[in-house]
Ligand binder design. Structure first.
Ligand code: DX5
Ligand code: ZN
Length: 228
């Protein structure tokens, strides 16, 4: 089993915020400015009220880049798609605790492929609801917005979960990366990292920025200031 390491650059650039007609160039640009993780959102129109990309989209990205592919499945039935996304080239697959399949079984199916597994929680789900799953996971993804759309404002009420999760993980004594998703920008990255996040998913905050290099540099500075 591969151990998933926290990368030096704590940004997972979300392609939902990229210019899709220039996706190859956008991913090359992300790599050039030091980004190591690419975040890919997959939605089914049921679990969330939107549809985004499918496995062939991920396979196309995999052919073009060696960056770490952080796959976020917003699917009602993720179990049906684990083998497919693993074969398409995911390095880590994150599934929602609120999905209809048993999360423990889904996480074990992901780990059987020798890749990383993550558990995601929507704003209404507490850290306690997934505490028993942390020993099986490499990452926990805390949604700071209702999943489904990029470009929303971060919900402050979700931030309280971050120190709680960091404590749970410390008690566990095994590395589990705390990632946040939704509404993260240069202006709030410091606050989010300070609260306990270790990886920041950034869609519009990165690809939509005038100068993504300065976003990457600013996030790195904030992360170093927090001791990451
Ligand atoms: C939303 C997705 C996010 C999205 C974030 O449901 O899970 O990954 O790309 O976009 P921003 O960073 O624009 O809020
Ligand atoms: Zn996402």
């Amino acid at each position: 089993m591969n151990e998933i390491k926290q990368p030096d650059m704590p940004v997972s650039a979300s392609v939902l915020g990229a210019d899709l007609m220039r996706l190859g160039e956008e991913i090359e640009m992300a790599k050039r400015v030091g980004v190591q993780w690419i975040h890919c959102d997959h939605m089914d129109g049921h679990f969330v009220p939107n549809i985004s990309f499918g496995p062939s989209f991920l396979a196309a990205i995999r052919k073009k880049t060696d960056l770490f592919l952080d796959v976020h499945l917003m699917l009602e039935h993720p179990m049906d798609f684990i083998d497919i996304y693993a074969k398409a080239g995911a390095d880590l697959i994150c599934v929602h605790a609120e999905a209809k399949d048993d999360p423990e079984k889904v996480i074990k199916a992901i780990k059987a492929h020798g890749i990383g597994a993550g558990i995601a929680i929507k704003p209404a789900t507490s850290p306690e609801a997934i505490e028993h799953l942390l020993p099986l996971c490499d990452m926990v993804l805390v949604m700071l917005v209702e999943p489904g759309f990029g470009g929303q404002g971060l919900r402050q009420d979700c931030m309280d979960k971050l120190p709680v999760l960091r404590q749970m993980i410390e008690k566990l004594g095994k590395p589990v990366i705390v990632e946040v998703d939704g509404g993260v920008k240069t202006g709030n990255a410091g606050e989010v990292l300070e609260a306990g996040a270790q990886m920041l998913v950034m869609g519009t905050g990165f690809f939509g920025a005038e100068d993504p290099q300065s976003v990457a540099d600013a996030v790195c500075r904030e992360a170093r200031a927090c001791g990451l």
